[in-house]
Structure formats: structure tokens, C-alpha cells
Design a protein around this ligand. Structure first.
Ligand code: C2E
Ligand code: CA
Ligand code: CA
Length: 783
């Protein structure tokens, strides 16, 4: 409830109470005065009726009734009147309406003397002026009873008195010596009626009070309003501030404390306003900052996401690096070892056989060196994919290997691959798969525009027969592979105990080979190149051998690839070149003249160092450079590299002769040859071997010979073993022949006996005529 209302109510209550008091008081006074007036006027009425003595004495009821009538006419409140004789016997009575009790006279006058007037209540109680209103309201009977004695101046006890007797007594009251009570008059008043009669008198007062209350209410309202309106404005203001809307200025029109409060508020509001504008600036700045920060955060977040992606990518990459070969995506040695260990354990537990194929590409290093690493990598990838598809082709292996089992191809490094054949049906099954692998891999492949043929050598180890842990099994397969390579490449072999006896395990071989030069275990054999027109030896190829004290004679196939892989080849090659030159000079001195010697040079030997060493050698020995021929494998020559061409040109500029070895196995288009400074082609043995085989097409050999001749380059046929081959070559006008047909490679001691002029003439002439005829036929086909 607002203060104004409270004040209004309070003032109203106070006014009402005051007015009520005034009204009560007035009402009570009015009542008392009306009562007393009535009582007095009834008494004075009786005094004014002296004839009443006689009427009572005479029992004249009519007259008495008239008196009662007059008495009741004094007031509307007079409700009952009665007249009694001196003995208290009712003579007559008159009633105006019911409503009050009419007690007996004796009861009313109990305890009063006969001459006394009485005023009392029905129960005989005396009249009291204390709180008359309350007694009226509380009393059940509202009656007030007055009794008055009626006096006579003559003794009414006497009989026979007349009206005039009473009149004379009245007229001469001094002669009367006593007063006599002749009867009693009773007047009963209805107090309630008396009270209500009085209220009419008070009506103006009531009106005035009402007006007073109204006026005071209005005035109070005005006053409280004038007091509280600033307060309610303050209240409104407080509400507005609480709701966040407020005017910048507060008008302080009123005086007093409120004005001060307004001033203070105005001050506060001013502060608030500037605070608010400061806050809003701060808020804008803050939101700018927040925006900036949010942007930074989202950038950070993006960077973080990227970093997380990179990390997980890197982790995957690392895993791949750790377990997979980057080039071929095949499992690497580590994953291979872990898988193999697992498979070996499983195979043992389930009593199954497991095969491990160890595969190494023949002459890979040569290809890599000659065509470059890029081509080498492409080749390895092609090999990997062929290998994978080959061993996964169900028809290849399904019959031999449980189809549910895993056949995993891994790359151990370089050109070494492994294939694990799990749950083999039989030991022989591994060989079948190996043959299929060889067949698949030896299909020509086109690398960097060159058509290449790679051949693998495969070693097979069987678990549990050959070993029961990864290292052991792998070593066995490796040894078997090495033997396969040594026994002619493009081949597979199962591991056997004998291989260990041969001591061909690679690590040992490598260590031994390092010491071979200083221990003078290397030597050169010489194989003659025969001019079939004259039957004389016109040159010799120096072929290296390793005479090992325990291993016996180790062939180049067994140690040259190893030397190439380990880099030992440059030492071996330099030694061979030096030894061959020295041998030529030694033979010269011994009177055995050989025109020239051919020395094999590995692709990886060709270097700045090699050129300068060769130059130094020529200078040291003083040998005529044109008597020294370098045999370089086709792949190297074909490498389209300016530096290789430059190196070859520089070697040739030294006066040396250059020969291309194994021509036709590589990938060169013949027209390429014109770029190279070469003196001779050696047709590869594989073509020569094919000559004379029934279904063979010799057109390639014919083409090579024709082209070499057109370019003015010499041709040597190598690996000629049979008369048929010889006849065919002769028919093609190829007259320089190297091969077992004339001689195997011989030691330096044995070789000079071939140097007699026309040494092979007899052999040539003894060739069967029929073959001569056959060669003529071949010539006709060729042309
Ligand atoms: P290559 O240069 O093609 O040498 C010819 C190979 O054919 C020699 O094998 C030789 O004994 C063999 N041969 C000769 N005539 C016949 C024949 O009528 N029938 C058969 N089946 N084979 C014949 P070798 O001496 O075992 O040499 C193998 C390879 O080792 C050589 O092949 C050459 O590439 C390499 N080599 C030999 N000595 C050296 C050397 O000092 N340095 C280098 N870098 N490599 C060498
Ligand atoms: Ca050669
Ligand atoms: Ca050759």
C-alpha cells in the first residue's frame, strides 16, 4: 500500500473516530435532555391539574382518561400511562402501542416513600445517567417508568367530600394543615423512541460531521498527494532506472528533502549517464577485441586442425615408412620379419609347411647405373606390381597354396624381394610358383621408353625343413638365391645343405673379396677372338677369376655382381685393366705378339677417377692405347647422358678402343649408336645360342650385322659354340668369332700357344661341307 493511501486511511480513521465520539456524545446529551424535559413536563403537567385530586377521589374515570390522554400527548416516546388510588389500585390506564413491559406500581415504587416521585426501570433499578446509550442498547426492555404521587390538601380518608371541598382547600391552602396523597400517576417512556426522536434533532450535526469527514478526506488527499507525488516520481524514476531507461536529467521542482534527493539523483544519473557511455564505448571496444580474438582463435583452431591433420598424416606416413617400402608400397624388411615370424610360429603349431622365396634381379645394378636411378625405380615398381599380381592370381597359387592363407610380397631393399608362401600344399609347389614368377617377370617391360627384359634369380627355403626362425630361413633363401644366380641367373633353386659347404654366403664372400686383390687371389683368363678368314687370333678378352684357397675357382657370375653392389668393382676393374696391359707387354717381351686385349668395364666404374687412372696406366706402362679395348655393356652406352658420352669420348681421345658388350640384350634403338664413339659391337651370346634352333628367327642378328657394317663398326660374335652358328655367321660375313668353338678362356701361361699365325686354319677348313651348304641356305633366307 502506498504511503499516500496509508496516510489517507489513517486520517480518515482518526476523523471517523472523532466524529463518532462527537455524535455519541451529542446523542447522549440530547437523549438526557429530552428525557429530563419529558420527566419535568409530566410532573409540571400534574401540578397544573389540581382537579385531578378530586377526580381520583371521586373515581371519575372519564376525566382521568382525559388527563392520561394529555399526558401521553406530551411526547411520542410516552408509551403508557396509568392512574392508581392511594392503595395502588389501578383506576385507569392508557397505552400507546406495544413494546415495553408494564410492571406493577408496587414494584416500581419499592423502597420509596409515598410522597416521593420515582423514575426507574422495569426491574426496579434506579435510573443512572452513566452511559445511558449503552444501557438502552443492551437492555432487553427499553422502558423507563416515572411514578408521581398526587397530593390533596384535605384528607381524602373522609367520606362524602364534594368537588367544592377540594376547590376550597385549594383556594385556601394556608388553612390546610397537612398534605395527603390521594393517588399515583405512572408514565412509562419508550427510551428507544425517545432516543430516536432526539436523533432528528441531531440531523444537522450529522450532516456537518459528514461534510467534515468529506472535507478532511479531500484535504488529506491533497496534502498527501503534494507530499507523496515527488516520492512517487522518485519511485517511478527508481523503477525506470531499474528497467534500464532513464532520462538524462531529473527536474527538481519541489522543495525540501525531496528536492535534495532529486539533486542527488540527478547527480547520480549524470554520473550514471557518463558511466553508461563509457561502458558502451568499453563494450564496443571489448566486442571489437572479442571479434579479433575470436578470429584469431578460429585461425588458431584451423592451424591446430591442420597441424593435427599433418601430425596424423605424418604418423601414418611414419608408419608407412616404418613398415612399408616408399618406392613400391610393399611391406619392408621390418614388416616382413614380423609377419614371417608370426607365420613361422603358426606353421609350426599347425604342422604346415611354409615357403620363402628370396628373389634378386639379375644385372639390376647395371640397369640402374646405365639408365639412371629414375628408370631403376620405375623398373622396381613394375617388378613389384608384377610380382604382387602374379602371386595373388589365384590360378597360379590356388592349387599349391591354401587359398585362405596370405601370400605376401615384400621388398627387403635394392632389388631384393621376398614372397612368403604360407600353408604350402607341398615343397614342390614353391618351385611351380617360382617358375610362374620367372615367366611373368621376364616378359619385356617398357621403362622410360626403353624396352627391357629383367630376369630374377630365386632362392627357396622351406619351413620347418631349412630353419625355424626368421634369420635362419632368410639366410637359407638368400644362399639359395645366390647359388641360383651363380649357376646362370634367371633361375630358381631350393636351399640345400651343400650350399653351405660351398661357402657362398654373401657376407663371407664380400669380406673375402675385399682381401682378394692384396692376397693376389685374382687372375685373368684370356679367350681368343679368331679371324676366321685367316684362322689367326686377332685379340683376346680378359676374363677375371678368383682363385680362393678354400672355395676354389670362383666365377665372375658369383662375385662380379657382388663387387658391383659393394663398390669393390672399381678396384677389381682397375686391377684387371692394369694386369691385362702388363700381360700384353709381358707376352711382347716373350716374343708372343697379340694385337689387342679387351677388358670388361662395369658401368659403375666409369668415373673421373677411372679416366685419370687409365691415363696414368697408359703413361706408366707405355703401351700403345689402340691395343687396349674397353668392353662396356650396352645399357651404359645407351644412357642418354652428356657426361657418359663425354667420358667415353675422353677415353677414346686417349687412344683406347671401345666395344659394346652384350649388344642386343638392352634396350637401345640402333640409331642411337651413331651418337657414341665406338669401334666394335659384340653380339650377345643369347642370340648366337639361338642360331640353328629350328623355330628361331635370326633376322635380328642379320639386322645388327648389317647396321654395324653400314656404320663402319666392327662386329664380334661371342659365345659361338657350334659349327652351325659359325656357318651362319660366316654367311653373314662376320669373321671375328669368340667362343668355345675355338677355345675356352685360357690362363696367361696357356694362351700364347694360340698365337701362332693361322693357328685355327686347320679347324676351320675341317668344318663339314654340309654345314657350309646349310649356311648358304641361311644366307639366302637372310637376304
Ligand atoms: P662377358 O663379358 O659376356 O664374357 C663372356 C662370357 O662368356 C665369359 O664368361 C666366357 O667364359 C663365356 N663364354 C665364352 N665363350 C662361350 C661359349 O662358347 N659358350 C658359353 N656358354 N660361354 C662362353 P665368364 O668368364 O664366366 O664371365 C662372365 C661375365 O663376367 C662376363 O661376361 C663379364 O660380364 C663379367 N666379367 C668377367 N671378367 C670381368 C672383369 O674383369 N671385369 C668386369 N667388370 N666384368 C667381368
Ligand atoms: Ca665381355
Ligand atoms: Ca658378353
Amino acid at each position: 500500500m502506498s504511503i499516500a493511501k496509508r496516510i489517507n486511511l489513517l486520517v480518515l480513521a482518526i476523523t471517523a473516530v472523532a466524529v463518532a465520539f462527537v455524535l455519541l456524545f451529542s446523542t447522549q446529551r440530547q437523549y438526557l435532555s429530552d428525557r429530563d424535559t419529558l420527566l419535568e413536563s409530566s410532573a409540571s403537567y400534574l401540578r397544573s391539574q389540581p382537579q385531578l385530586q378530586y377526580e381520583i377521589y371521586a373515581g371519575n374515570t372519564d376525566a382521568l382518561k382525559d388527563s392520561l390522554q394529555a399526558l401521553l400527548g406530551l411526547s411520542r416516546a410516552a408509551a403508557f400511562a396509568a392512574i392508581y388510588d392511594v392503595d395502588g389500585q389501578n383506576m385507569t390506564s392508557m397505552i400507546r402501542g406495544p413494546g415495553i413491559a408494564r410492571p406493577a406500581l408496587g414494584q416500581l415504587r419499592r423502597g420509596a416513600s409515598p410522597v416521593e416521585s420515582t423514575v426507574g426501570l422495569a426491574d426496579g433499578g434506579r435510573l443512572s445517567d452513566r452511559m445511558p446509550l449503552l444501557s438502552i442498547i443492551l437492555a432487553s426492555d427499553k422502558g423507563l417508568h416515572q411514578t408521581l404521587p398526587v397530593f390533596a390538601l384535605i384528607n381524602p380518608g373522609r367520606e362524602g367530600l364534594s368537588r367544592s371541598d377540594f376547590e376550597q382547600a385549594l383556594m385556601r391552602p394556608s388553612q390546610a394543615n397537612s398534605l395527603h396523597v390521594v393517588g399515583f400517576v405512572q408514565l412509562s417512556i419508550n427510551r428507544w423512541t425517545l432516543l430516536s426522536e432526539g436523533l432528528y434533532e441531531l440531523l444537522p450535526l450529522f450532516g456537518a460531521c459528514l461534510i467534515f469527514v468529506l472535507l478532511s478526506t479531500i484535504v488529506t488527499r491533497r496534502i498527501t498527494q503534494s507530499i507523496t507525488s515527488p516520492l512517487s516520481r522518485l519511485h517511478q524514476l527508481a523503477n525506470d532506472i531499474a528497467d534500464g531507461r532513464f532520462a538524462s536529467r531529473v527536474e527538481a521542482s519541489d522543495g525540501g528533502e525531496v528536492k535534495e534527493i532529486m539533486f542527488a539523483l540527478d547527480h547520480i544519473l549524470g554520473d550514471l549517464d557518463s558511466y553508461r557511455s563509457r561502458i558502451s564505448v568499453d563494450h564496443r571496444l571489448l566486442s571489437l577485441k572479442v571479434e579479433e580474438r575470436t578470429e584469431q582463435l578460429s585461425r588458431r583452431n584451423q592451424e591446430l586442425n591442420r597441424a593435427v591433420r599433418e601430425v596424423s598424416h605424418t604418423r601414418n606416413e611414419l608408419r608407412k615408412l616404418a613398415y612399408f617400402d616408399a618406392l613400391t608400397s610393399l611391406p619392408n624388411r621390418r614388416l616382413f620379419s614380423e609377419q614371417l615370424a608370426l607365420l613361422i610360429r603358426l606353421a609350426k603349431r599347425n604342422n604346415q609347411i611354409l615357403g620363402l622365396m628370396f628373389l634378386d634381379l639379375d644385372n639390376f645394378k647395371r640397369i640402374n647405373d646405365s639408365l639412371g636411378h629414375r628408370a631403376g625405380d620405375l623398373l622396381l615398381k613394375e617388378v613389384a606390381s608384377r610380382l604382387s599380381s602374379c602371386v595373388r592370381e589365384s590360378d597360379v597359387v590356388a592349387h599349391y597354396v591354401d587359398s585362405d592363407s596370405r601370400i605376401d610380397v615384400s621388398r627387403l631393399g635394392g632389388d631384393e624381394f621376398t614372397v612368403v608362401l604360407n600353408q604350402l600344399a607341398s615343397e614342390e609347389a614353391a618351385g611351380i610358383v617360382a617358375r610362374r614368377v620367372i615367366e611373368t617377370l621376364t616378359q619385356p617391360m617398357t621403362i622410360d621408353g626403353h624396352e627391357l627384359v629383367v630376369t630374377p634369380s630365386i632362392g627357396i627355403a622351406i619351413v620347418p625343413r631349412d630353419g625355424s626362425d626368421v634369420d635362419e630361413v632368410l639366410r637359407c633363401a638368400d644362399t639359395a638365391m645366390y647359388h641360383a644366380k651363380a649357376s646362370g641367373k634367371n633361375n630358381y633353386l631350393y636351399y640345400t645343405q651343400d650350399m653351405e659347404a660351398a661357402g657362398l654366403d654373401r657376407l663371407r664372400l664380400e669380406a673375402e673379396l675385399r682381401k682378394a686383390i692384396e692376397r693376389e687371389q685374382l687372375c685373368l683368363l684370356y679367350q681368343p677372338q679368331v679371324d676366321t678368314v685367316t684362322g689367326s687370333v686377332i685379340g683376346a678378352e680378359a676374363l677375371m677369376r678368383w682363385e680362393h684357397p678354400e672355395l676354389g675357382r670362383v666365377t665372375p657370375a658369383q662375385f662380379i655382381p657382388l663387387a658391383e653392389e659393394t663398390g669393390l668393382i672399381s678396384q677389381l676393374g682397375e686391377w684387371a685393366l692394369g694386369a691385362a696391359c702388363q700381360q700384353l707387354l709381358d707376352w711382347d717381351q716373350a716374343g708372343h705378339h697379340l694385337d689387342k686385349v679387351s677388358v670388361n668395364v662395369s658401368a659403375s666404374q666409369i668415373s673421373e677417377h677411372f679416366i685419370s687412372e687409365t691415363e696414368a696406366l697408359l703413361a706408366r706402362t707405355g703401351i700403345a692405347p689402340e691395343r687396349v679395348q674397353l668392353e662396356i655393356t650396352e645399357g651404359l652406352v645407351m644412357e642418354d647422358s652428356a657426361s657418359t658420352i663425354d667420358a667415353l669420348k675422353r677415353l677414346r681421345a686417349l687412344g683406347l678402343r671401345l666395344s659394346i658388350d652384350d649388344f642386343g640384350t638392352g634396350y637401345s634403338s640402333l640409331s642411337y649408336l651413331s651418337h657414341f664413339p665406338i669401334d666394335e659391337l659384340k653380339i650377345d651370346q643369347s642370340f648366337i645360342m639361338d642360331i640353328g634352333k629350328s623355330d628361331n628367327d635370326n633376322s635380328l642378328v642379320i639386322a645388327i650385322i648389317a647396321m654395324a657394317r653400314s656404320m663402319g663398326i666392327g662386329v664380334v660374335a661371342e659365345g659361338v659354340e657350334s659349327d652351325v652358328q659359325y656357318q651362319f655367321l660366316s654367311a653373314q660375313d662376320t669373321h671375328v668369332i669368340q667362343g668355345f668353338l675355338f677355345s675356352e678362356p685360357l690362363s696367361a701361361t696357356d694362351f700364347p700357344r694360340l698365337l701362332d699365325p693361322f693357328h685355327f686354319m686347320g679347324q676351320i677348313q675341317s668344318m663339314p661341307r654340309t654345314l657350309q651348304a646349310a649356311s648358304t641356305e641361311v644366307r639366302q633366307i637372310g637376304s
